[in-house]
Design a protein around this ligand. Structure first.
Ligand code: DX5
Ligand code: ZN
Length: 241
């Protein structure tokens, strides 16, 4: 059992928030129980969508003291580590597929005093993590192909979530957090939990919940499987008369 396996964290992805009221969206999500705000940075090259730059991270930083988890879906992440760190990111999570110099990028993140994450696309083998395990603080397993909110969860990625947790634990990296991102809602969360994920990134399920942000976080929390009751000791049977 890993250290990181006990604490469940909800990371509210602002990709589906109302950007006209971003500070309010961040504050409501945090007040409702999202310990992390997840920021999806897309460059129009690594993924077919264009979203936000360091200014948006800085705006969230002014709005909340919650952990800012910056998911870098960009080519050449080495160019962007410093600007996002300066903007107030706490965790920087580049994609392993995005650069031939991922080791150097992770070293740079850590040298800036930030937590180093790594993201894996659905088609990427977990064994790519082997040489960089000592540099990781966080692993993000994509459960959709990155680029857009509102896509359907890919259950075929669950064996990889299990394999990553096992790999981290076998390497003694029990404190490394493990996230799933994409299509997370109260129906899909339990299978990701059972596979070992404890950080749940969600955009639509939180910011597009018909009853509001608070109801979205509450519904995710209710979906977390509860531990089975510990077995009760059998009542002692008298054997001697
Ligand atoms: C997808 C992003 C996700 C996305 C999740 O490329 O990395 O963080 O915002 O959106 P939902 O929760 O709607 O699938
Ligand atoms: Zn993301």
């Amino acid at each position: 059992m890993s250290d990181a396996s006990e604490t469940v964290i909800f990371a509210a992805s602002i990709l589906s928030a109302d950007f006209g009221h971003l500070a309010d969206a961040c504050q409501r999500a945090v007040a409702a129980g999202a310990a992390w705000i997840h920021l999806d940075v897309m460059d129009g090259h690594f993924v077919p969508n264009l979203t936000m730059g360091p200014q948006v991270v800085a705006a969230c930083r002014r709005a909340t003291r919650a952990v800012l988890d910056v998911h870098l879906m960009v080519e050449e992440p080495e160019r962007w580590v410093e600007p996002f760190a300066q903007a107030g990111a706490d965790i920087l999570t580049p994609h392993i597929e995005a650069t031939p110099h991922i080791h150097r990028v992770l070293q740079r993140i850590r040298s800036l005093g930030k937590r180093a994450g790594i993201a894996l696309n659905p088609g990427t083998d977990h064994r790519w993590l082997t040489p960089i395990l000592p540099l990781l603080d966080h692993v993000l397993v994509m459960t959709v192909n990155p680029g857009f909110a509102g896509q359907a969860f890919l259950p075929e990625v669950m064996p990889k979530v299990r394999a990553v947790r096992a790999m981290l634990d076998a390497a003694g990296r029990t404190a490394v957090t493990l996230a799933v991102d994409g299509g997370i809602n109260p129906e899909t969360l339990p299978q990701a939990y059972r596979a070992g994920a404890r950080v749940f990134v969600a955009a639509s399920a939180i910011f597009r919940h018909p009853q509001g942000i608070e109801a979205g976080v509450a519904a995710l929390r209710r979906a977390v499987p509860t531990a089975p009751p510990s077995p009760q000791p059998h009542p002692r049977e008298d054997v001697d008369g």
